[in-house]
Design a protein around this ligand. Structure first.
Ligand code: HEC
Length: 97
């Protein structure tokens, strides 16, 4: 294989996460609601390493995660530190929830 092809084949998966993996990760995220809502997850904007530590922490507290790799990919792709900030949620009187 030409070096440039080899380079692309190696690099592409890192650039674009596989949609099937992200879908599995999104399904896995539903397990997180046993103890708290998803908003506390979805407002985060943290790095891959921080998400990895977060999953270790939640597992230590009793969270059951079946497909950790897919969940990590999904969290990084959705709520990574390169993503725009989550919109504020407001209650009816305008105060932050
Ligand atoms: C066994 C209970 C439990 C489960 C299940 C759980 N968490 Fe948590 N999580 C907690 C507790 C307790 C807190 C602290 C909540 C608070 O401060 O209000 C927390 C807080 C968080 C936070 C905020 C940052 C922090 O560390 O305090 C994030 C992000 C988070 N959880 C992610 C997740 C994800 C992702 C999952 C699913 C894989 C998950 N949690 C499942 C117990 C759990």
């Amino acid at each position: 294989m030409k070096p440039i092809l080899l380079f692309l084949v190696t690099l592409l998966p890192a650039l674009a996460a596989d949609p099937a993996v992200l879908e599995r990760g999104r399904a896995e995220e539903k397990r997180c609601v046993g103890c708290h809502g998803l908003r506390i997850v979805q407002v985060q904007r943290i790095s891959r390493g921080a998400w990895d530590r977060e999953l270790t922490k939640m597992t230590g507290w009793g969270s059951v995660i079946k497909d950790r790799d897919a969940l990590l990919e999904y969290l990084v792709a959705s709520y990574g530190d390169d993503k725009p900030l989550a919109p504020l949620a407001r209650s009816e009187n305008g105060a932050n929830k």
